[in-house]
Ligand binder design. Structure first.
Ligand SMILES: Nc1ncnc2c1ncn2[C@@H]1O[C@H](COP(=O)(O)OP(=O)(O)OP(=O)(O)O)[C@@H](O)[C@H]1O
Length: 246
């Protein structure tokens, strides 16, 4: 196997852009992400989810280049299964099978495992996280937080080197958020996390602030989060003034 050179390892975007129907959604994005904990910040509609979809290869850049360890994800979906996992904001968009075990086995089968091996690995993943009793459970009987955890287990079962998380805590109650945060913090994988909540990225190495489909700031997480928080507070106070004036 040929190893990627240091300039190719990690997630790279070289002048990547993405547009739909002539409308630019992401523009001129150049990033080389090698850190273990990376946050993506930005207001609604700034392009965060689209950026994760580009990184995962779910969409291809309209112009420019995206690579994961030197491989273009959109044209090498199979190679990406073991390289990059994505946890969507809404588990309902991720889950497609009726039972927990089938859901977990699916990704493993996609990676080329036989049906029996995939089922055994699915059960092993559940057992390793104290959820062996979930195997035969209909997914419909799980709560929102349990479904979110199932989606995380499905990603972990495939053991990707990088996990992309789109607002992993949205819609979860506080104890479930705390448990999930603890599990995520303990993972050895590289995490790229979209969030609106600066508290989520405490201890992160790097943060990227997107605005209008472009990178507005990129640097140490603490600095970017502080600048982002100050700007969001400023915008929030402008809204309040407008309300008073109205
Ligand atoms: N396939 C598409 N077709 C048309 N417009 C799209 C498509 N995908 C994204 N957009 C638009 O691009 C913009 C960025 O969307 P995106 O979901 O990436 O933003 P976001 O920063 O994740 O937003 P949010 O915080 O609200 O989830 C939005 O205006 C969205 O409506």
């Amino acid at each position: 196997m040929q190893l990627a050179s240091p300039t190719e390892t990690g997630l790279r975007l070289d002048r990547a852009a993405y547009g739909v129907g002539g409308r630019a959604i992401l523009q001129d994005i150049s990033l080389h992400l090698t850190e273990q904990r990376i946050a993506i910040l930005g207001p609604n509609g700034s392009g965060k989810t689209t950026l994760l979809r580009l990184m995962a290869g779910l969409i291809a850049p309209t112009t420019g280049r995206v690579t994961v360890d030197g491989i273009e994800p959109a044209t090498n979906r199979r190679a990406m299964l073991g390289a990059i996992g994505i946890l969507f904001q809404n588990p309902e968009h991720q889950i497609i099978f009726p039972t927990v075990e089938e859901e977990l086995a699916f990704g493993l089968k996609q990676m080329g495992r036989g049906a029996d091996e995939a089922r055994a690995a699915a059960r092993a993943t559940l057992a390793a996280h104290g959820r062996g009793h979930w195997a035969a459970a209909p997914v419909a009987t799980l709560s929102q937080g349990q479904k979110q955890f199932l989606c995380l287990l499905a990603v972990l079962a495939m053991a990707p080197g990088t996990i992309l998380l789109d607002e992993p805590f949205s819609g979860l109650d506080l104890p479930t958020q705390i448990r999930l945060a603890r599990r995520l913090a303990a993972l050895p994988q590289r995490l790229v996390t979209i969030t609106h909540d600066p508290a989520v990225v405490t201890g992160y190495n790097r943060a990227i602030w997107l605005e209008g489909g472009r990178v507005r700031a990129d640097g140490p997480a603490a600095d970017v989060v502080e600048a982002y928080r100050a700007e969001m507070n400023r915008l929030g106070s402008l809204d309040a003034d407008a309300d008073l004036a109205g």
